[in-house]
Design a protein around this ligand. Structure first.
Ligand code: FES
Length: 170
């Protein structure tokens, strides 16, 4: 049984279009998987099988790429993806307090997705902007110098579906 809401016919059409856009060459595989993940918020099994068929590549090779890069997920992700940096620079600035707060507020542990598929919470090692630590991203928007009260503000923005302003980074 399919593990995503799209029918196989729709899925095939979408994968065909994506593969056509980038070309069925091995060098395009990452971009193709990125587009598929952007659409489904993860990489469904049947999509991977279709990519393998259309690109004439072994399924193991597709899975190899999908599991090598942290940004790819084989599990369904929440509609809103919140990521806390717990790398050294952020850790020393109390990133664990932010993780605790988010776990309590969202009712899930880091690494989990809420049952209603609204939120995913993840911890990563370094987001590459250590000076802004503790650093959190919410749907790819950076929230720097994070505090417990700023988490409330961030979640209010995420829940209100408003796009946070980039100056929140400061
Ligand atoms: S350690 Fe958090 S951004 Fe580098």
């Amino acid at each position: 049984m399919s593990d995503h809401p799209e029918t196989n016919f729709d899925l095939e059409q979408r994968i065909t279009a994506i593969v056509k856009e980038y070309g069925a060459k091995p060098s395009a595989l990452i971009m193709i998987l990125q587009d598929i993940q952007k659409h489904f918020r993860y990489l469904p099994k049947d999509a991977m099988e279709m990519v393998a068929k259309k690109m004439r590549l072994p399924l193991a090779q597709i899975y190899g790429v999908a599991t090598f890069y942290r940004s790819f997920s084989l599990e369904p992700k929440g509609k809103n993806h919140i990521c806390v940096c717990t790398g050294t620079a952020c850790h020393v600035r109390q990133a664990n307090v932010i993780v605790d707060k988010l776990e309590r507020d969202l009712g899930i542990k880091s690494g989990q997705t809420s049952a209603d598929q609204q939120y995913s919470l993840e911890s990563v090692n370094c987001l590459g902007a250590c000076a802004l630590g503790p650093l959190v991203t919410a749907n790819d928007v950076y929230w720097g110098n994070m505090t417990v009260s700023k988490v409330d503000k961030m979640l209010a923005e995420v829940r209100g579906k408003k796009t946070p302003r980039t100056e929140e980074v400061a």
